[in-house]
Design a protein. Structure first.
Length: 206
């Protein structure tokens, strides 16, 4: 809630309280004069009861629209607060779940024909995608590499930056699906430069 909205809310509540008090005194003033003129003094039997009934009955009638307005105002305030919380949570979740991305050219992301042929004989991890461990020329193993359509290295999980070349991959082994980490979207490094708001193949990766 902004400072201006907060001041407006405080002023509204003060106004509502003043109207409530004012309506009581209006009722009291009216019935005091009316009863004194048409019924009699307050020391007469039954007059005080009549006065109390008339004053508070009229005051309750005045309060009905005030209560309705108050309820609507409170309900709107709670609804606005709920929407603000949900919006803040959604923005926070969006920032927390955004994956990192780097723009690597298509040709630099494409596997060699021999590796593409090998992937044709490996079962897909997800539709149109393989999760593999890549073996590089220097013997290094890069785990959790995602390959799209049996040819395109689309993402790597757990790397801050891409510190190897796709051309250096000499072998691929299927990932051990029984020992996968608890994948989080923000842990993926996507290689085609598409941000989290993009469309296309991100559902295959994340």
């Amino acid at each position: 809630m902004s400072k201006q909205q907060g001041s407006s809310t405080i002023l509204w509540w003060l106004g509502w309280i003043l109207l409530t008090i004012f309506s009581f005194f209006v009722s009291c003033f009216f019935w005091t004069r009316f009863i004194a003129r048409h019924v009699g003094a307050m020391d007469q039997q039954g007059t005080p009861i009549l006065w109390v009934t008339a004053v508070f009955g009229t005051w309750m009638i005045f309060l009905v629209p005030l209560i309705i307005v108050m309820y609507q105002k409170v309900d709107k305030a709670y609804e606005d607060a709920r929407i603000a919380r949900e919006r803040a949570a959604a923005q926070k979740g969006s920032l927390a779940s955004a994956y990192r991305t780097v723009d690597i050219g298509d040709s630099q992301r494409t596997l060699s024909q021999a590796l593409c042929n090998k992937l044709k004989h490996l079962p897909e991890t997800v539709r149109c995608g393989h999760l593999v461990t890549a073996i590089l020329k220097n013997g290094r193993r890069v785990e959790h590499v995602f390959i799209l359509n049996k040819k395109e290295v689309l993402g790597v999980y757990g790397l801050e930056t891409l510190d190897f070349l796709v051309a250096d991959i000499v072998d691929l082994n299927p990932a051990n699906l029984d020992r996968l980490p608890l994948f989080e979207t923000r842990g993926w490094l996507r290689l085609d430069g598409v941000a989290s708001q993009g469309t296309g193949h991100e559902n295959n990766v994340l």
